[in-house]
Design a protein around this ligand. Structure first.
Ligand SMILES: NC(=O)c1ccc[n+]([C@@H]2O[C@H](COP(=O)([O-])OP(=O)(O)OC[C@H]3O[C@@H](n4cnc5c(N)ncnc54)[C@H](O)[C@@H]3O)[C@@H](O)[C@H]2O)c1
Length: 376
């Protein structure tokens, strides 16, 4: 018997989470929270219908309409339903809306030159509110926070607001690699073991205009095994392998961030210690293998790899994503290139982001985007 709550459940990712989560026998109550009442109530009804057709066990689907920006709203929901796992997937404006709301030529340059890092205020504002609400409710259960987890979750940890993990991004990269190796060897995916240490940048890169040398300078850690026999050299030795990865990586497919969430939720509810690739386990700055034991994610490193090696991979990738550093108190400094592009193209100049400035900076960035949109 477990309660799972999904905040932002009427959104592109949230509704996919809800539809998959409702089919899991471990979940006996699903609380769906959003401000978009009609959409969310439709979604809750769809989930109940799905369960009615597909499940043997009973499940309760509870729609909750609330505005997360209202003081006390988040804590009220969490205190009432006491979820075992809560998913934070609410955001004031989605990436897909952003990409379509700015003139195409400018968006192309922003996405390529600034990267995702300098958009941090918009991606961090709701997660801060959410984790504060969770703390105010007495910290019930565990939180999966999936807004840009490789950067947002370490910042939250610096503010003493740590969620359990993220989801998505590098988890999709790991799945794609496993399927590619399986196909090339003609083996079932279950017989392929992938050791991946990677960052959001490595996921973004796959469908970006960035050139291969940039990946090679900031490479992820990758090892592949088929029935315990290492095949990494065979895979990487073929120049078409990384090219094919770019073609196969799922682009703008919210379903796979969602299925990552459900996978991680099941590991957490079952507390079974099975190893899986997780985005930002225990607020680490990227994705790697981890197991959930004693109420927390613990990293599982490949043989011969140290935590310093892991951090070096994350630090290079973070920089390529537009973030120079994350201070221990959660202060973020952006790269000159990233901030320069934001200042030139969007009129938003923020070289350093302090935790206490996040909400105001998020408003300012949203205003810059709307101004550009109105002028287009
Ligand atoms: N980790 C990954 O792989 C990955 C991939 C895609 C998206 N994401 C993240 O998932 C999150 C959701 O993205 P999306 O594309 O589904 O966005 P979306 O805009 O489609 O959904 C966001 C939802 O939040 C709700 N919301 C907005 N303001 C609210 C408020 N004040 N109170 C209550 N609810 C409110 C909206 O109504 C909407 O249903 C984002 O943080 C995004 O960065 C992560």
């Amino acid at each position: 018997m477990a309660t799972v709550a999904v905040f932002g459940s009427a959104g592109a990712v949230g509704l996919e989470i809800a539809r998959t989560m409702v089919l899991q026998p471990d979940v006996t109550r699903l609380v769906l929270v959003d401000i978009a009442e009609d959409k969310m109530r439709n979604e809750a009804n769809d989930c109940a219908m799905l369960a009615e057709k597909m499940r043997l066990e009973a499940v309760e689907v509870v729609p909750v309409v609330t505005d997360l920006t209202r003081d006390g709203a988040i804590a009220e929901v969490l205190a009432r339903y006491q979820p075992d796992v809560t998913v934070q997937a609410a955001i004031p404006i989605s990436w897909y809306t952003l990409a379509n709301s700015v003139p195409k030529d400018i968006w192309k340059r922003v996405n390529y030159e600034a990267r995702l890092g300098p958009f941090l205020p918009l991606l961090l504002s709701f997660p801060i509110r959410f984790m504060e609400g969770w703390r105010d409710a007495g910290a019930p259960g565990k939180v999966i926070q999936l807004s840009f987890p490789d950067i947002v979750n370490p910042v939250l940890a610096g503010m003493d607001l740590a969620p359990a993990c993220g989801s998505g991004n590098t988890e999709n990269l790991c799945s794609t690699l496993r399927m590619m190796v399986a196909d090339r060897l003609g083996a079932p995916t279950r017989e392929i073991d992938i050791k991946l240490i990677a960052h959001h940048f490595h996921s973004w890169f796959q469908r970006s205009p960035a050139e291969m040398p940039e990946l090679q300078q900031n490479m992820f850690h990758f090892q592949a095994f088929c029935r315990s026999h290492e095949v990494t050299a065979e895979m990487l030795g073929d120049p078409s392998f990384l090219q094919d990865l770019r073609k196969r990586y799922p682009y703008q497919r919210p379903r796979f961030a969602a299925t990552s969430v459900v996978k991680n939720t099941l590991r957490m509810l079952r507390n079974d210690g099975l190893v899986t690739h997780v985005a930002s386990p225990a607020c680490m700055g990227g994705g790697l293998d981890a197991r959930y034991v004693n109420g927390g994610w613990q990293p599982v490193l490949p043989q011969g790899v140290t935590l310093d090696d892991v951090e070096a991979i994350f630090a290079r990738a973070r920089h390529a994503d537009g973030v120079e550093s994350i201070g221990t108190d959660g202060t973020v400094t952006f790269t000159d290139r990233g901030n320069g592009a934001m200042a030139e193209l969007l009129g938003f100049d923020c070289k350093v982001l302090k935790p206490e400035e996040v909400h105001a900076r998020a408003e300012e960035l949203l205003h810059c985007i709307k101004t550009l949109r109105a002028a287009a």
